[in-house]
Design a protein around this ligand. Structure first.
Ligand code: ADP
Ligand code: MG
Length: 151
């Protein structure tokens, strides 16, 4: 599925819509160049789930945990990962459980050490304030979420 957004708010709204469709858990990969809007999307997801603080890309820490309202959200930014093996030192396996929501910017840097995502979002800059978001489902859960949206 594809969305074209004309503002930060519109991209945030797509994030909110997709995470509701996933029932607030699962794994979302976010790919696209610097400035494409990956963190903006994640901000929309976190806001939709009730978080009102600042949301920044965890570029240096690689992962930012948000634990509130019985929800475990892990926001990754793997841009600075120099080798996928570093993920083992982060102990990422602990993050990928049934009750967690994992948002992973630059997932391609983690390669096959990451589990399959429910949804993969690829973002492209198509204008000053225009972004194109292509979303594909990689699991049955992801397919159900997208089917629910297109119905
Ligand atoms: P990334 O995490 O992919 O590097 P960010 O979300 O941090 O990207 O930054 C996106 C930048 O693009 C922000 O400065 C944001 O204000 C700007 N922007 C302009 N139009 C949009 C849009 N339609 N959707 C998302 N961000 C947009
Ligand atoms: Mg970012």
């Amino acid at each position: 599925m594809q969305w074209v957004t004309q503002s930060d708010e519109a991209t945030e709204a797509v994030g909110a819509q997709l995470v509701r469709a996933l029932n607030r858990t699962g794994i979302i990969f976010l790919n696209g160049d610097l400035g494409a809007g990956k963190t903006t999307f994640c901000r929309g997801v976190l806001r939709a789930l009730g978080y009102s603080g600042a949301v920044k890309s965890p570029t240096f820490t690689l992962v930012e945990p948000y634990e509130f309202d019985a929800l475990n959200i892990y926001h990754f930014d793997l841009y600075r990962l120099s080798h996928p093996d570093e993920l083992n030192y982060l102990g990422v396996d602990e993050y990928f459980h049934d009750q967690a929501l994992c948002l992973i910017e630059w997932s391609q840097k983690g390669s096959e050490l990451l589990p399959k995502p429910d949804l993969e979002v690829t973002m492209m800059v198509t204008g000053d304030t225009e972004r194109c978001l292509s979303v594909s489902a990689q699991t049955p859960r992801g397919r159900m979420a997208l089917a629910g949206l297109s119905a």
